[in-house]
Design a protein around this ligand. Structure first.
Ligand code: ATP
Ligand code: MG
Length: 449
């Protein structure tokens, strides 16, 4: 009923049961060819000049319609990867799960994908059976299909809009434009089946809804709670990529709130389970995510290492305390706690080795901020990851985990030099002096990094 009304208002034809798409003219959708990047436009035009069909598709069309700047551009075509490669001198075929062609246009890289089919669906041109695992997750998805098949295997209706810059029309198979105007994120096909095929779609639903201010259609949000466990079945490296996208979307706070509302945070991210339940942890993570969101929206770079260091910190803290309570000295106890937390995390979410290195550097410097006498603070300033570790300390101070005075001291120490800096040093604590003498005789394991 509402849909009928919407299509009347926006004037586009409802797709018939035969799958006829609505062809929407620029007068109705408002996207001019100049709105897309010059690289994506040239890519589409070149393919069309060679006699192929080609469109800008997916997130870029969706974001433009929503008044946002697209992050990147995807092009869909009926040319095979090999044919695409022959059209562009600077291009290469990449990808294992699906073959994609990366076309370089100046500084831009355009992802060109051949129309793909939805496996085994009645009436689909692509009739081969998809390879799935025991839970129904699709393992390989590399069957070419028609334009219509390609639209049907996309996840949400707002992601299945095909923009042709030459005619400035949008091809809409699944009422995507109407859904976007209605601020609804609707799954194409049966949501349960689509989540089973690829549980990451649950995370995509949360991320896209938060980013675009859409409401997840009840049919698509209802099954999430009962199906959330399927996330555990997703390879940890893919989960890491998706979580990183979510946390760096510029809407991380909203995404995390939504993850909780959908019951998706449990198990998926053990880190979110614990952190968000206790006050200091919650405050700390919220502050971290808010500052990340701000940076992303200002177009500043953000560091995945810093981000994950904040998310996992409360676990490190409690493990650190427990190990110290067992009689271990603070520094080795911290290193044990760090390794344990990262190990447990790796079972779910494969943090890359480089990011894990950054995380450890940030954590390892934290106890060294407590030492404010003698030569030690000078050594801390020299550390390559000092700035990130200092920002981390400020967050700890702001959340109330450590004294605000400690953060201020380091700000001042950093900003002063010479005499003024030296005057700030605290006298060594009596027990510290004793410890230092002991360490000279027998260096503590793992005390340096
Ligand atoms: P963004 O680029 O903002 O992260 P996006 O929707 O463009 O969002 P991409 O990962 O770039 O996300 O995917 C491009 C398009 O490919 C999507 O718009 C969607 O049509 C399709 N797509 C991506 N992931 C999936 C998936 N898991 N299942 C079905 N279709 C997908
Ligand atoms: Mg995209």
């Amino acid at each position: 009923m509402i849909r009928k009304f919407i299509s009347r208002v926006f004037g586009h034809k409802s797709p018939s049961s035969a799958g006829e798409p609505a062809i929407i003219g620029v007068a109705r959708h408002g996207i001019r060819r100049e709105a897309i990047s010059s690289g994506s436009r040239r890519t589409v035009e070149t393919l069309q000049q060679q006699g192929y069909k080609a469109y800008v598709v997916g997130g870029a069309v969706r974001d433009l319609l929503a008044g946002m700047t697209p992050k990147d551009y995807d092009v869909a075509t009926n040319a095979t990867p090999e044919q695409v490669r022959q059209c562009f001198r600077r291009s290469r075929i990449i990808g294992r799960r699906f073959q994609i062609v990366h076309v370089s246009m100046g500084a831009e890289t355009i992802e060109v994908t051949t129309f793909r089919g939805h496996h085994g669906e009645a009436g689909s041109q692509a009739s081969s059976k998809a390879q799935t695992d025991e839970q129904g997750r699709v393992l390989r998805d590399n069957v070419f299909g028609s334009e219509q098949d390609d639209a049907a295997r996309r996840d949400f209706t707002v992601n299945a809009l095909y923009f042709d810059p030459t005619s400035e029309t949008i091809v809409d198979y699944h009422h995507g434009l109407a859904d976007l105007k209605q601020k609804t994120l609707r799954m194409i096909g049966d949501p349960k089946t689509r989540y089973r095929e690829d549980p990451v779609r649950m995370l995509r639903a949360v991320r896209l809804a938060a980013k675009l201010g859409l409401t997840i259609d009840p049919d698509a949000s209802r099954p999430i709670r009962e199906m959330s466990e399927l996330i555990e079945n997703v390879p940890p490296s893919r989960l890491f990529d998706e979580m990183l996208k979510l946390l760096t979307s510029g809407y991380a706070v909203k995404c995390v709130q939504q993850l909780r509302a959908e019951g998706l945070h449990r198990g998926l991210l053990p880190l979110l389970d614990v952190i968000l339940e206790e006050e200091i942890g919650k405050r700390f993570v919220t502050l971290a995510l808010e500052s990340t969101d701000r940076r992303v929206r200002e177009g500043k770079p953000i560091s995945p290492g810093f981000l994950f260091a904040t998310l996992l910190w409360s676990q490190v803290l409690s493990k650190w305390e427990a190990i110290k309570a067992g009689g271990e000295r603070p520094t080795p106890a911290l290193f044990l706690a760090m390794d344990e937390v990262l190990e447990v995390q790796a079972e779910k979410l494969a943090i890359t080795r480089r990011v894990a290195g950054d995380i450890k550097d940030i954590w390892a410097l934290q106890p060294r901020f407590e030492q404010r006498s003698g030569k030690r603070p000078y050594g801390v300033l020299e550390q390559p990851r000092f700035k990130a570790a200092y920002d981390f300390l400020l967050l700890r101070a702001e959340s109330g985990e450590v004294d605000a005075e400690l953060g201020q001291w380091w700000t001042d120490f950093m900003n002063r030099d010479g005499e003024a800096r030296a005057a700030m040093l605290l006298p060594p604590k009596p027990d510290e002096a004793k410890k230092r003498r002991r360490r000279k005789r027998k260096p503590a394991a793992g005390a340096t990094q």
